[in-house]
Design a protein. Structure first.
Length: 235
């Protein structure tokens, strides 16, 4: 089987090279997966595209696609998804908040038959390292809302580490452009009654001055997306 690792990247010149090195070094073959890494540069004005392209030139497992203008994280994920050739897709941020050493735990659940696996930042550490109080409260509120609206029992709705069977992810018909990828995909899985398996993962939050882009308005939008999809009539 093949794993496609999708990396949306915007203004990440400080970390894109390091994260690509880390992802490339992960041994997925021993777990039954060869891997490809698909980076979507989302119209960065810094050297993100240049640095990612240099890594791709040196490693055939890495491919880089690009938006000429910034369109948002969700749009970048969808563009990377369109280019993916793997049986499964894993979302990976271009910063260093998440540990690639958690890949085996995620893939282990796939080996057991899971179609969707979320890496939960709260299972191993109820208060993730460096997470600001406002972000912590927003994460808890979004997770509780998703559980109440869709009959789920997950602990981390907004985690980056989401692993999907690729055909299932494509069937969801995503329309997200920004940070609403997480609530949209969770809501659509909930409506389909797709089971989400969770595994504990490590996490170290970065600060706004270090490049973190999520703002309080994104939390408000995420809440609305969860509610909006619950209210929609079934097709």
């Amino acid at each position: 089987m093949r794993l496609s690792i999708l990396i949306p990247a915007y203004q990440e010149e400080a970390t894109i090279g390091e994260i690509l090195d880390r992802v490339a070094a992960v041994d997925t073959a021993s777990l039954g997966f060869d891997k490809e890494i698909v980076v979507c540069d989302d119209g960065s004005k810094d050297r993100t595209f240049e640095l990612a392209s240099a890594k791709a030139a040196a490693n055939p497992a890495i491919r880089v696609v690009r938006h000429p203008e910034n369109r948002g994280k969700g749009a970048a994920i969808r563009t990377a998804l369109a280019a993916a050739t793997g049986d499964y897709c894993l979302i990976q941020d271009a910063d260093l908040e998440y540990e690639v050493s958690d890949y085996p735990a995620l893939l282990g659940e796939v080996a057991k038959g899971a179609d969707v696996v979320y890496g939960s930042r709260f299972l191993a550490n109820p208060r993730p390292t460096g997470m600001r109080t406002a972000n912590y409260v927003a994460n808890r509120m979004l997770t509780v809302t998703a559980n109440l609206l869709y009959g789920m029992a997950i602990t981390d709705e907004a985690t980056c580490f989401k692993l999907f069977r690729t055909d299932l992810l494509r069937e969801l018909g995503l329309t997200c452009t920004g940070f609403e990828f997480c609530p949209e995909v969770t809501a659509k899985l909930g409506r389909k009654k797709v089971q989400i398996v969770e595994v504990p993962i490590a996490y170290t939050a970065r600060a706004i001055e270090e490049g973190k882009k999520v703002r309080w308005t994104d939390g408000v939008e995420a809440m609305w997306v969860l509610v909006k999809h619950r209210l929609r009539r079934a097709p």
